[in-house]
Ligand binder design. Structure first.
Ligand SMILES: [Fe+2]
Length: 170
């Protein structure tokens, strides 16, 4: 089964992270049949189990996410599922190094609340599902709130660091 190939940024040859390494920093992922996701039912099941909410199709342009290339965090998990397009997320590991996570079609990603990260799209347009980690958010809202670094005093950041040292992510 194809997995998620993430690597330590700047390494050549690329130093890949195992699923266990990713788990340790709170990254979760599932392989999804992107052309058949509705019938497959896997996304619905994950959303139900993790209390996520799928608002359906969303078209995103590169311009819309330019600001997201600045290092930031969120109070909720960031859940990404791309139907096309390409890009990457970079997130910090335990030693504050950047981990490069390619964002590709067919993988549902969860980046935990409180982790510093940044996103860049490499295609002008991408289609994805808008999945939120909080059902209480108004579906008409534009999305997650962005807190740029430094945001070390936020509760979600402190909680993330506790989970990181305990190696225990829900
Ligand atoms: Fe983000």
């Amino acid at each position: 089964m194809p997995g998620l190939k993430a690597w330590l940024s700047g390494t050549e040859p690329k130093q890949y992270l195992s699923d266990a390494d990713l788990n340790e920093i709170g990254v979760k992922y599932w392989v999804i049949d992107a052309d058949n996701w509705k019938a497959e039912g896997k996304i619905d099941k994950i959303c139900e189990e993790r209390n996520y909410w799928n608002y359906g199709h969303k078209r995103t342009t590169r311009e819309m996410v330019l600001e997201y290339n600045k290092e930031h965090l969120h109070e909720q998990d960031e859940v990404l599922f791309f139907l096309d397009g390409a890009g990457y997320i970079e997130m910090r590991d335990k030693q504050e190094r950047w981990i490069h996570v390619p964002v590709v079609k067919g993988i549902l990603y969860v980046f935990p609340a409180g982790v510093y990260h940044r996103l860049r799209l490499e295609t002008d347009v991408c289609n994805r599902l808008s999945i939120r980690a909080n059902k209480k958010l108004d579906p008409t809202e534009s999305g997650l709130k962005y807190h740029y670094r430094p945001a070390d005093e936020m509760d979600c950041r402190k909680q993330y660091l506790e989970r990181l040292s305990a190696g225990n992510f829900p």
